[in-house]
Design a protein around this ligand. Structure first.
Ligand code: SF4
Ligand code: SF4
Length: 276
């Protein structure tokens, strides 16, 4: 994001709406720390452009300031339209693709996180019987993540034997999906968050989770992880004991798919049976 210094009147309205806290006011103008800006466009989308004349607004603010009064625009406007989203070149364009939910990921055609919801799995069959799916999200608003950290976690997971989901934007940036290595030219780019998707099986889940815990100690952001699987024939969730056995508390914020969609795939192995 660029700020047109000829238009900015330094009202500061864009400072609190910045999702990464990278806008600062200096000597009556604001500037963006471009190295940390993730091009999410939140500032531009949140603030209405009132298209006021910057010279006039500055003169009014200056004049009122001399008599201990102030002209402050409504908090949801940029009075002069000084915020300027730019046409971004590769690889910086990745920042917007991963951070602005209004933009679709070119690799998957899906907006937001760029990957299909697992709750449609009964139709899409991305996770089959016996698969344990993992979504590993790095970054959060205010913190973000760089692809170098995503590579570090992906390489650790690859060594633990996972298989990366092909229809995922991070996998799409891998130069070697077997090792979790990303393209060199993207490593320094920063995004608000990104998701690694992969699968393993129940037997290897504890070692994969231990790998993830260790990898989290060596990166400069936060990780949240989700585990998913097809339920057994009696509705049981196969991974509960394995996850809790690793010391994790499972969130009750779960989604259960009743399986009323028409599957677009044929299951090749039977859904797990558990003894009554
Ligand atoms: S809202 Fe607009 S005019 Fe006000 S500080 Fe931000 S860029 Fe400048
Ligand atoms: S594009 Fe996003 S990160 Fe960059 S200055 Fe605007 S709100 Fe902040």
């Amino acid at each position: 994001m660029k700020i047109d210094q000829n238009k900015c009147v330094g009202c500061g309205n864009c400072v609190p709406v910045c999702s990464m806290g990278v806008i600062s006011v200096e000597r009556g103008r604001v500037t963006v720390n471009e190295n940390e800006c993730v091009e999410c466009n939140t500032c531009y989308r949140t603030l209405r452009n009132e298209r006021r004349n910057p010279l006039l607004v500055r003169a009014i603010r200056w004049g009122l300031g001399h008599v201990s009064l102030a002209y402050d625009p409504e908090p949801d406007v940029c009075p002069t339209g000084a915020l300027m989203p730019l046409q971004l070149a590769w690889p910086r364009s990745l920042r917007a693709v991963f951070s602005d939910p209004t933009i679709k990921h070119p690799s998957t055609g899906v907006g937001g996180r760029g990957t299909e919801e697992i709750k449609s799995n009964d139709v899409t069959g991305r996770l089959r019987a016996g698969d344990i799916g993992l979504v590993v999200e790095l970054g959060r608003p205010g913190l973000g993540t760089r692809f170098r950290d995503l590579q570090s976690v992906a390489q650790a997971l690859a060594e633990a034997g996972v298989r990366f989901e092909a229809r995922n934007p991070v996998t799409h940036l891998m130069s070697d999906p077997a090792t979790g290595t990303l393209r060199e030219d993207v490593l320094d780019e920063k995004v608000m968050s990104a998701i690694i998707e992969c699968r393993t099986d129940l037997e290897h889940l504890p070692s994969v989770l231990a790998t993830l815990q260790e990898a989290a100690r060596h990166i400069d952001t936060v990780i949240s992880a989700g585990v998913s699987a097809r339920c057994g024939s009696r509705g049981e969730v196969p991974y509960v004991a394995a996850v809790e056995g690793c010391g994790f508390a499972l969130s009750l914020n779960s989604k259960t798919n009743l399986g009323l969609g028409r599957p677009l795939f044929a299951e090749t192995s039977p859904v797990a049976e558990t003894p009554a």
